[in-house]
Write a protein that binds this ligand. Structure first.
Ligand code: AKB
Length: 324
């Protein structure tokens, strides 16, 4: 059967790139992008959806006879700490709306992103396994840990085929992140290419798991394509890309920009990062659906710099203008 896909949160860092990949895979007419606001110059079908409004999701699902939903709308780790109750409410309400609409309309497959933010004190910091203790210290992490369990609940109770990945920090040139603790790892490349000084909100030796956008998108598509019987994890799959610290990024960037200047001004995000794993064991994803990352720090750095140089050549100095 042909897939007709709804992407909720299609303007975000991951959503914008995933939408383009889904259009490529399923055809422009079979992908419905949605977000709170229209995206300028977007090519394809776009609907305004506030995912806290269940009736609106239902309306769009019926209108287009949707068969798959990718639910990417959420408030992330750093931003979430400014308004914990609002973050909990938004992250959970939108998930429940998607799960309920999917159950009622017999949606074939649902994608729900989780995060390394589900881990915290009590889990090993190195090679954190899929089954490691979940003890999140941010409201975002709490909402993702709860969301994973609700995803599994809908699978066990209603047979809803919900699939999920615990993303590391995602690095891409196509779009800008917003409100995360790993955002520095995108900003740093923009500053390097603009030949500006970079102020890093994490300490130089803070190692975190990261993944290049191309790998993150491929992981998502591979998970969603995997045969149902291969999916042994119904909470969320660990996936690893490559782990590194700000200092290691700077060393790599200086190979191309020897005069690149960085100062370290750690803020509240340092505390969030300190509780997260340094590296991830993704052997279950590898066993179940063949997951393997391709981009290391050197490949990420050379691609980011080359692509951002091309983009900035077009004249815009506004990183927010970078969506695709
Ligand atoms: C964040 O930093 O909050 C996100 C994430 C790791 O989920 N990028």
């Amino acid at each position: 059967m042909e897939a007709i896909v709804l992407v909720i949160g299609a303007n975000g860092q991951l959503g914008s790139v995933l939408t383009a990949s889904l259009q490529h895979k399923f055809g422009k007419d079979n992908v419905i992008a949605s977000d709170l606001k229209y995206r300028e110059n977007f090519k394809g079908i776009f609907e305004i959806i506030d995912a806290t409004d269940r009736d609106r999701i239902q309306e769009v699902v019926v209108k287009y006879k949707i068969t798959q939903i990718y639910h990417l709308a959420a408030i992330l780790s750093a931003k979430g700490e400014e308004t914990p109750l609002k973050t909990w409410d938004l992250n959970m309400r939108t998930l429940f709306n998607v799960l309920e609409v999917s159950r009622i309309n017999n949606i074939n497959k649902v994608f729900f992103p989780s995060s390394i933010a589900v881990f915290g004190e009590g889990a090993p910091l190195d090679q954190t396994s899929n089954t490691a203790y979940l003890n999140p210290a941010t409201v975002y992490g709490i909402s993702k840990a709860a969301g994973e369990n609700w995803a599994q609940y809908y699978f066990l109770k209603y047979g809803l085929d919900v699939r999920s990945i615990r993303y590391p920090g995602v690095i891409g040139y196509q779009s800008m992140p917003g409100g995360g603790t790993t955002d520095y790892a995108v900003d740093i490349y923009h500053k390097a290419v603009l030949e500006e000084e970079f102020s890093c909100f994490l300490k130089e030796n803070t190692t975190l798991p990261m993944i290049f956008m191309e790998d993150a998108i491929r992981a998502t598509l591979e998970l969603m394509d995997a045969p149902k019987e291969n999916i042994t994890i119904r909470t969320s799959y660990n996936i690893a890309g490559i782990s590194f610290s700000p200092a290691e990024m700077v060393t790599e960037i200086r190979k191309l920009y020897p005069d690149f200047k960085v100062k370290y001004e750690p803020d509240f995000r340092q505390e969030i990062a300190s509780r997260w794993p340094k590296s991830i064991d993704d052997s279950v994803a590898e066993e179940d659906w063949g997951w393997q990352a391709e981009f290391d720090l050197e490949a990420i750095t050379s691609t980011m710099i080359q692509k951002l140089k091309e983009k900035y050549k077009t004249g815009s100095k506004n990183p927010e203008a970078f969506i695709l």
